[in-house]
Design a protein around this ligand. Structure first.
Ligand code: ADP
Length: 491
């Protein structure tokens, strides 16, 4: 099959979170299985150019219709660790992707509406006719709509779309100007409830709703989150839309790329280790402590890695730091905040805790350090308010770093409580789970982990090793996506 992924991220060249990992990891798995994959991305000024090989121009002066006139783009092409990627660079005064950031601009809906339009024009003009166009998250939600309403009539009638939702919280909103810009026009048609109109704001179109409505199939990134989003609050207002489209809606658990995330061959960690050489994990812990100026001790090291965002349960993350310290453990946090208030709060904490030899807060995005933390920590906390899939607990498991998680979304599908899980045998359990989103619940799960560490170190090691034996690679999800592509191709 010939598959084109259209997304706003692809790790490691463009990565703000799990979306980047998924686009890269899934593409690699599909290619390993003999399929042809191409990835279309914006050409941001701030992406990691050092991860692109052989960047050259692939299409000069692509004319993209925009607001009744046009914007010209250059499309570049290069390899990101073996994946063929196309980068779209618009030549216009708006400088859509030359803002020094991936997201967070006031005109994000317009920026990514443009990207979606340009990606479709690129496919059309360069005569690319993939079997499946796989779109990701709100940034590309208009693509299935544009394919169905415009490009189908311009020679793309056989292309099928899969729309994957990685995060329902960010849906992409705009007014009639988005319709005018993209050439969809006809507000009276698109502002219908069963098309693009937002379920709650009648004056707004909703990009993600467009993706759900128009795609041939829609999925989110874990089976449990698929149910939560349809029936609970986790759909952020799109539950009814999912319900009306449930015949083409499912959940597929993400995988992680074991070539990138594997303590046996991780290029960013100083000491490789595996199940049979588990003792060598301690060497990484020593290295991590030295690097972050933490004191060497026999107490456990707890970590948090992730965006500092309301989704990730920042209040509980904050509490976890102090609770770990109260129990004599150490804590390492690696996170970056986009919200000013959260950023200021954690900077305040960082300064306050600066001289404490048992804690380090690293408030930045640092891929290399993340690898060392996964390898060096004993436990990783993931106290999310909601978590569509969550990669950090799966990476933690692979590195023998025991996850302590809140039982939501994909965390339910991947972490099985040591004491209380009823669906898994003791030898299949791999972490600690709590459910309420409050300090007491978090503390009780952390205490259970600390107690095993303190009173039954062999058991703790066994638990870590049980986690390492899980296969959360792209093997199973890769097959599930291929089955889905085949299904929508022949439907
Ligand atoms: P998200 O909701 O951000 O997509 P996931 O758990 O799905 O969360 O994926 C997070 C990914 O981003 C993981 O690969 C994690 O290691 C990485 N990550 C998150 N924050 C940082 C950071 N500050 N520095 C380095 N890597 C990070």
């Amino acid at each position: 099959m010939y598959i084109v992924q259209i997304a706003s991220e692809c790790a490691p060249v463009i990565k703000a979170g799990g979306l980047g990992d998924v686009v890269y990891g899934l593409s690699r798995e599909l290619e390993n299985r003999g399929h042809c994959v191409e990835i279309i991305l914006p050409k941001y000024d701030c992406m990691r150019y050092d991860h692109i090989w052989g960047l050259h121009d692939a299409y000069r002066d692509l004319v993209v219709p925009w607001f009744g006139t046009d914007i010209r783009c250059d499309v570049f092409c290069g390899w990101v660790h073996g994946r063929l990627c196309f980068f779209i660079e618009p030549k216009s005064w708006e400088m859509f992707f030359n803002r020094g950031c991936y997201y967070g601009c006031d005109d994000d809906p317009m920026r990514f509406a443009f990207f979606s339009k340009a990606a479709m024009e690129f496919l059309l003009r360069s005569n690319k006719r993939p079997d499946v166009i796989h779109c990701h998250d709100w940034q590309t939600g208009l693509i299935p709509a544009m394919l169905f309403e415009i490009y189908k009539y311009n020679g793309m009638e056989f292309q099928r779309t899969l729309y994957t939702i990685h995060n329902f919280k960010h849906q992409g909103f705009g007014g009639t100007e988005i319709l005018q810009a993209t050439g969809l026009n006809r507000p009276e048609y698109y502002f219908q409830y069963d098309r693009l109109r937002d379920n709650f704001n009648p004056f707004s179109i909703n990009f993600m709703k467009g993706g759900i409505t128009y795609a041939n199939h829609v999925n989110t990134v874990s089976p449990h989150h698929a149910i939560e989003a349809q029936y609970g609050n986790e759909g952020f207002g799109l539950g009814h839309t999912l319900h009306t489209n449930q015949h083409k809606y499912s959940g597929i658990l993400n995988g992680i790329d074991y070539e990138v995330w594997n303590p046996e061959c991780d290029r960013y960690i100083p000491h490789h280790y595996g199940l049979t050489t588990f003792e060598d994990k301690a060497l990484n812990k020593k290295e991590l402590r030295d690097r972050l100026l933490l004191r060497q001790s026999d107490r456990p090291l707890v970590a948090f890695i992730g965006r500092l965002d309301d989704q990730k349960g920042v209040h509980l993350v904050h509490h976890a730091i102090y609770h770990a310290l109260a129990r004599g453990a150490q804590f390492v946090l690696l996170g970056s905040a986009t919200e000013r208030g959260i950023n200021d709060w954690f900077w305040h904490e960082k300064i306050f805790l600066n001289d404490n030899p048992d804690v380090h807060l690293e408030l930045s995005f640092n891929e290399e350090l993340a690898h060392l933390i996964y390898a060096g920590a004993d436990m990783i906390v993931v106290p999310s308010n909601f978590e569509p899939c969550g990669l950090t607990q799966m990476i933690g498991l692979k590195y023998g770093t025991v996850p302590i998680v809140r039982g939501v979304g994909g965390l339910v599908n991947t972490v099985f409580d040591w004491d209380y899980d009823t669906l898994h045998e003791p030898e299949e359990r791999n972490g600690f789970v709590f459910f309420q989103s409050d300090n007491v619940a978090l503390e009780s799960a952390m205490n259970r982990a600390f107690d095993v560490w303190d009173h039954a170190p062999d058991t703790f090691k066994q638990l870590a090793q049980q986690g390492m034996q899980y296969d959360f690679s792209w093997n199973h999800p890769g097959q599930a996506y291929i089955d889905l592509y085949e299904y929508i191709r022949h439907k």
